[in-house]
Design a binder for this molecule. Structure first.
Ligand SMILES: [Zn+2]
Length: 484
């Protein structure tokens, strides 16, 4: 095809006519122009930033199963419909449980009186009203270091997970110690926060659908005070944690919209989760991802882009618990997983984009590099071999579908993540424009490529991938019923 157009153009030129007047547009020229227009729209419309401001200011934090989460799904659906996506719709699924995040108060009452900075982890029970309990220090987990009932029974127990670092086994260790503490009769677990400036870090991961005991993040400064006091004698605290579980399991929904391809036998998925953790507004995690995927969808629609294969935009709920939304999607669409060329998920914050993380899929490298070439001017054409289970791409990885994560500069993501400072004004609006451009161009490139970037892996190959990438322990935690 390319050869044909080249000869024709040469002929017309030699006949004294200009290319612009009469030569048919070459496919690569059409692609260049469409990409230029997508990038231009992304950088000038400010649509992602405007949506993110609406989301963070009118809804804010949005825990899975909450009225705020429902309002977010409705806002996304309305925005898609207004942009002309007649096929935009909800897909509902059942939750394992609904949890209400109540207030958490803590205070040292003996030998001194002092307020404590604490926050409750998600999907854990509250205390039975206010309780006054002794404090015990378990220290850091280690080989053979198990909580002993005579040391922890009835106590709020300090556990220091910081030394184990953030690794694939971190969450597993957290869950294991929590279960051991509950069995040994502890009243509550204090996990020392790894955030600066007396901030706490909390999350629901690992405890959904129901954690074993009240689990609280305690600011590192406050944990240090407790330890200094403990070195001199017994310490007692007053705790009141008002969490509760709903009577019904509850339902959640994903939001889905398509730009149909000319040949709709295959599809590319652009995905982002819209639920958030709730100490702040969920701006960087993951309002930014939602805003940029949504704006990329609106731009492709506004430009009347007709890709070769279908581009599907999927907004998941339930990511913070156990990737519930994406797991429900995979279950609901299991008959069409073979049609998915690639899933591209964004959930690492609105720092400068660097390219795509291949999550251990070396076989995707060559094709992906080629497809990312138009992003070289943004410095977003890199491919990264690392793998993680940090977001919804995992649900597709474990069924062998090529699953990518947008890779970005780390920046101060970890400092803000799930804290009181994950707020709108900390996000650079021009970076949202670049992210929008990157997501739009990636979708366009993958949907128009002659070939898939790689094939779907068999179950045996998936197991090999999980072993090779060190993700198997986390897989066992998240999929306890999976066959070995
Ligand atoms: Zn996230």
């Amino acid at each position: 095809m390319r050869h044909f157009f080249t000869t024709t153009s040469v002929f017309l030129l030699s006949a004294g006519m200009t290319l612009a007047q009469s030569a048919p547009v070459r496919p690569e020229q059409k692609a260049d122009e469409e990409i230029a227009r997508m990038v231009g729209y992304s950088m000038t419309r400010g649509g992602a930033s405007a949506f993110l401001e609406t989301l963070t200011d009118t809804i804010g934090g949005r825990i899975t199963g909450s009225p705020e989460s429902r309002a977010t799904a409705e806002l996304i659906l309305k925005t898609l419909k207004e942009a002309g996506f007649d096929n935009a719709h909800f897909e509902e699924y059942e939750l394992g449980s609904v949890w209400q995040h109540g207030a958490a108060k803590g205070e040292v009452i003996s030998p001194v009186r002092r307020a404590l900075y604490i926050g409750s982890y998600g999907w854990v029970p509250g205390t039975p009203g206010p309780i006054e309990v002794p404090v015990a220090d378990f220290g850091a987990p280690g080989e053979g270091h198990v909580p002993k009932p005579e040391q922890v029974r009835g106590a709020a127990v300090i556990v220091d997970l910081r030394s184990s670092g953030v690794s694939s086994t971190y969450a597993g260790t957290r869950v294991m110690i929590a279960r051991q503490l509950e069995q040994a009769g502890a009243a509550a677990m204090f996990i020392v926060s790894d955030k600066p400036d007396r901030m706490v870090y909390t999350s629901a991961f690992g405890f959904y659908p129901r954690g074993p005991l009240p689990i609280l993040s305690i600011a590192s400064e406050d944990a240090a005070l407790l330890r200094r006091l403990l070195a001199k004698g017994p310490v007692r605290v007053l705790l009141e944690v008002q969490n509760s579980f709903g009577a019904d399991p509850g339902r959640e929904r994903n939001v889905i919209a398509d730009i149909e391809g000319a040949d709709a036998t295959e599809m590319v998925l652009l995905t982002a989760h819209f639920d958030s953790w709730d100490p702040a507004q969920g701006a960087n995690d993951n309002g930014a991802g939602v805003a940029t995927v949504l704006e990329a969808a609106r731009i492709l629609k506004a430009l009347k882009i007709r890709p070769k294969h279908t581009i599907r935009f999927v907004f998941f709920s339930g990511e913070e618990q156990l990737a519930n939304g994406s797991r429900a999607y995979v279950e609901h669409h299991k008959g069409e997983l073979d049609k998915i060329r690639a899933v591209i998920n964004t959930d690492a914050g609105a720092q400068a984009p660097l390219g795509l993380q291949l999550n251990g899929r070396q076989d995707l490298e060559a094709a992906t590099k080629k497809l990312l070439k138009p992003l070289a001017p943004f410095g977003a054409d890199g491919v990264f071999m690392d793998a993680d289970f940090d977001s919804d791409h995992e649900s597709f990885m474990v069924v062998g579908v090529p699953a990518y994560s947008l890779r970005v500069e780390r920046g101060d993501y970890d400092v803000r993540h799930h804290t009181i400072v994950d707020t709108f004004e900390r996000i650079d609006p021009s970076m949202l424009g670049i992210h929008t451009a990157v997501m739009a161009v990636v979708a366009y490139q993958f949907a128009n490529a002659d070939e898939r970037p790689g094939r779907r892996l068999s179950p045996v190959e998936v197991v090999e991938l999980l072993k090779r990438t060190g993700l198997e322990p986390l897989y066992r935690l998240e999929y306890p019923d999976a066959k070995p």
